[in-house]
Design a protein around this ligand. Structure first.
Ligand code: C5P
Ligand code: ZN
Length: 491
C-alpha cells in the first residue's frame, strides 16, 4: 500500500520548530554547556523567561537569565564576553535577526518569539521559532511565553504544568481579543493542557479587572472596557450605585471583591449595568460586560495570582519596575517572601501609573492630537520602562479610535527617546500596522523599532523626535488610505 504523505498544518510545522529548539537545549545540557537566557521586560517576557528557566532547572542545566527592554550592543557585548554555549532569546529577537547575524553569528542561538520578523536568518547556528514564519498571527494566537511553553513541553511533558504561566503571558500581551474575551489559536492548545490538568478553570463572569483583589466599587470605578460614564473614575458614585442595588461593599470589616458576590448579586449588578449603559445610548458596550474569566485553580483566593489577568499585571510591574527576578521566581513556584515583595512592587507601579496619567491630563500640550495620531509627550517625566503601559491605558479612552496613540519618554543617558505606539481593532481593520510604521520611521532617523500590528515600539535619537513623529503621522495616513501594505504584511 502506498502511504500518502499528509501535508502538515502550519501549527504542526510551528510545533516541529519548537521541537528542534528543545533538541538544541537538551544537547547543550548533555554537554554541560552554559546557557544564557535573555528576555523582554513585560509580563509576557517575564513569563517566557520563567518557563524556560523552570525547564532548564528541571534539566539541572547551568544557566542565567537577564531581562531587558530590548536587544542592543550591551546584550551583544554580554554574549561575546560570557561566551555561553547556547543563547536563548525569549519574547524578542525576531526584530533583530540582521544584528544578531552580523555581531554574533558563531553563537548557537534560539530565538523564541512572536513579534513581527525583520530580516532573514540563514545561519545554521540559529533556530528561529516564531508563529509568523508559518502564517500564524503572533499578535493574537500565541505569545512569547506560549512559544517558550511549546519548547518546554517538547523537552518534557512534565513542563505541561507551566501552561497557566503561558496563558498569563498571553493576557499580558492582551491576546484575549476574541468574542467574550476568549483566547484563540495556539493559545487554545495551551488552555486545553491547563484545563485538563485542572490547573485553570474558565468561567463566565463580569469582566471588571480585579476580580480577586479589588474592592467592588473600585473595580467599577476603574473600568474602561466597558466604559461606564458617570461611574468610571467616580469611586463614590460607584459605591452609591451598588447601594442602590442593595449590594453591600463590605462583609463585616472586610471589603468584598467581585469574587465574593453571590450569583444573585452578580445578576442584579449585570442587569442594572446593562440598563444603565442602554440608558446612556451605549448599547454595544453591553456585550463587554460579561466574558471569559481564567482562574488559576491552585492559587489562593484573594491573591492576584488567582486571576490570570491580575497575575499578568503583577508580572508586568516586576519587569517594568526593575524587579523581574521576583516575577520569574513567582512563576517558577516561589510564593511567600517573593509574593509579598512583588505585591509591594505592584502597589508602587500603580502609584507611578496614576501619577503619570494625572500628569498627562494636567496640560493639553502633553497629549496632542495630530491629523492621524495622538502624541503623548512623556519627555523626562515618565519612566521609559513604563511608557508602554501608559500608552496601553490611554489608547482605550481616545475620542477617535481610528487614530493610533504614540507616547514617548526620554532616556537621557542614552540621548534617545523611547516610543510606544498602540492602536485599536478599528484602526487595524482599516489597515494600520504599527510594527511596520515604527520600524520604517525609526530606521529613517537612525533608530530601531518594530513589534506587532496593534502594539509596537521604537528607540530614536533624541534630536530626531519631531521628525520621527511627523513621519509616523504620515505613514499612518498612508496605511489608512490603503497606500501602504498594512496589518497583513509582516515583512
Ligand atoms: O515597548 P512597548 O511596550 O511599547 O513595545 C510594544 C511591543 O513592540 C512589544 O511587544 C515590544 O517588544 C515590541 N518592540 C519591538 N521592537 C522595538 C520596540 C518594541 O519589537 N524596537
Ligand atoms: Zn510578547
Amino acid at each position: 500500500m502506498i502511504a500518502m504523505a499528509k501535508e502538515q498544518t502550519p501549527a504542526e510545522i510551528f510545533l516541529s520548530s519548537a521541537t528542534q529548539a528543545a533538541k538544541a537545549i537538551m544537547e547543550t545540557v548533555d554537554k554541560d554547556g552554559f546557557i544564557h537566557v535573555f528576555s523582554h521586560l513585560d509580563a509576557d517576557g517575564v513569563a517566557a523567561a520563567a518557563i524556560i528557566g523552570k525547564a532548564l532547572f528541571r534539566l539541572d542545566a547551568r544557566f542565567r537569565i537577564r531581562v531587558t527592554q530590548w536587544i542592543d550592543e550591551k546584550i551583544i557585548g554580554k554574549i561575546i564576553s560570557d561566551k555561553p554555549q547556547l543563547v536563548i532569546l525569549t519574547d524578542f529577537g525576531s526584530g533583530y535577526l540582521d544584528l544578531l547575524d552580523e555581531k554574533v553569528p558563531d553563537f548557537r542561538m534560539l530565538i523564541l518569539d512572536h513579534h513581527q520578523i525583520t530580516g532573514k536568518v540563514d545561519n545554521e547556528n540559529f533556530v528561529h521559532v516564531n508563529p509568523h514564519l508559518h502564517g500564524i498571527d503572533g499578535a493574537t494566537d500565541v505569545s512569547g511565553s506560549g512559544v517558550a511553553y511549546f519548547v518546554a513541553k517538547a523537552i518534557s511533558m512534565e513542563n505541561a504544568d507551566l501552561a497557566p504561566i503561558a496563558l498569563v503571558g498571553a493576557f499580558g500581551d492582551l491576546q484575549d481579543k476574541n468574542e467574550q474575551r476568549k483566547l484563540g489559536g495556539l493559545n487554545e492548545l495551551i488552555l486545553d493542557d491547563a484545563v485538563s490538568a485542572n490547573l485553570v478553570k474558565v468561567e463566565k463572569d463580569l469582566t471588571f479587572f480585579g476580580r480577586e483583589t479589588r474592592r467592588i466599587h473600585r473595580a467599577l470605578a476603574s473600568s474602561t472596557s466597558p466604559f461606564l460614564p458617570g461611574l468610571t473614575g467616580e469611586v463614590d458614585k460607584s459605591l452609591a450605585f451598588l447601594a442602590s442595588l442593595d449590594i453591600k461593599p463590605k462583609e463585616g470589616e472586610k471589603w468584598r471583591a467581585l469574587r465574593d458576590l453571590t450569583e444573585d448579586e452578580k445578576k442584579r449588578l449585570s442587569s442594572a449595568l446593562a440598563d444603565y449603559l442602554i440608558s446612556k445610548g451605549l448599547h454595544t458596550e453591553v456585550a463587554n460586560l460579561i466574558g471569559n474569566v481564567y482562574v488559576l485553580a491552585k492559587e489562593e483566593a484573594w491573591t492576584p495570582l488567582r486571576d490570570a489577568r491580575e497575575f499578568a499585571v503583577l508580572l508586568n510591574s516586576t519587569g517594568r519596575m526593575d524587579r523581574p527576578s521576583l516575577g520569574i521566581a513567582i512563576c517558577m513556584g516561589d510564593r511567600s517572601a517573593a509574593l509579598e515583595e512583588a505585591n509591594k512592587v505592584l502597589e508602587n507601579y500603580r502609584k507611578n501609573i496614576s501619577k503619570y496619567l494625572d500628569w498627562v491630563m494636567e496640560k493639553p500640550e502633553r497629549m496632542k492630537e495630530l491629523d492621524n495620531i495622538y502624541v503623548v509627550h512623556g519627555e523626562s517625566f515618565i519612566n521609559e520602562k513604563i511608557i508602554g503601559t501608559i500608552s496601553s491605558i490611554l489608547v482605550s479612552g481616545l475620542e477617535n479610535p481610528e487614530k493610533p496613540l504614540l507616547a514617548f519618554a526620554n532616556i537621557e543617558e542614552e540621548n534617545a527617546a523611547k516610543f510606544s505606539a498602540r492602536t485599536t481593532d478599528v484602526a487595524l481593520s482599516k489597515g494600520v500596522n504599527l510594527g511596520k510604521v515604527m520600524r520604517v520611521a525609526s530606521e529613517k532617523f537612525g533608530g530601531k523599532g518594530g513589534g506587532h500590528n496593534v502594539a509596537a515600539g521604537a528607540q530614536v535619537p533624541i534630536d530626531q523626535i519631531e521628525n520621527f513623529i511627523s513621519t509616523v503621522n504620515e505613514l499612518v495616513e498612508k496605511q489608512l488610505r490603503g497606500e501602504e501594505a498594512g496589518s497583513n504584511d509582516n515583512a
